[in-house]
Ligand binder design. Structure first.
Ligand SMILES: Cc1cc2nc3c(=O)[nH]c(=O)nc-3n(C[C@H](O)[C@H](O)[C@H](O)COP(=O)(O)O)c2cc1C
Length: 145
């Protein structure tokens, strides 16, 4: 299946590591959200949207892309890195995608390193090799389905 992965990553480039692992494992086309136009998504059978979680949701640039993309029955997946381990902060983007007619085929989330109080690093080293392996397995499973 022709697959596109769109991501936004800026704090520690954590989500970029996950996006790259997924793309390498599946042969998907990988782009940052700045590199894609809403109309481009029509060329793909499966589109992944991922970023860090900032203030409880995905990056605003992903919401802007979803808002501008034409409504269509499209298979999508969501992914993120965040302070937590689970996809509990995916709700807003999931709802935006569903409102555009998309079918959510899967969701992936893992911990990502972040800095608080300038000098204190949490989740140090994440995503690690185990997280990357899980991302590869997740993406392969979706593309094969
Ligand atoms: C400004 C800011 C806000 C954040 N807000 C949250 C949050 O609400 N919930 C959470 O779990 N993690 C939060 N984090 C942690 C990031 O989601 C985490 O570090 C993520 O891996 C960053 O992804 P990136 O390196 O791809 O940008 C925040 C980080 C930053 C810098």
């Amino acid at each position: 299946m022709k697959t596109l992965i769109v991501y936004r990553s800026y704090h520690r480039m954590n989500t970029q590591k996950i996006a790259r692992a997924m793309a390498e494992a599946t042969g998907a086309t990988l782009v940052t959200v700045d590199e894609v136009r809403p109309g481009d998504l029509a060329d793909y059978g499966l589109v992944g949207f991922g970023s860090g979680i900032y203030g409880g949701k995905h990056h605003a640039d992903l919401f802007a892309l979803v808002e501008d993309m034409p409504a269509a029955e499209r298979a999508v997946f969501l992914f993120s890195t965040s302070a937590g381990e689970g996809p509990e902060n995916h709700r807003a983007l999931r709802e935006a995608l569903v409102a555009k007619g998309c079918r959510v085929a899967g969701e992936f989330a893992c911990r990502g390193e972040f800095c608080i109080l300038r000098f204190v690093t949490k989740n140090r080293g994440h995503p690690d090799e185990t997280d990357l392996a899980a991302a590869r397995t997740f993406a392969r499973g979706l593309v094969a389905a």
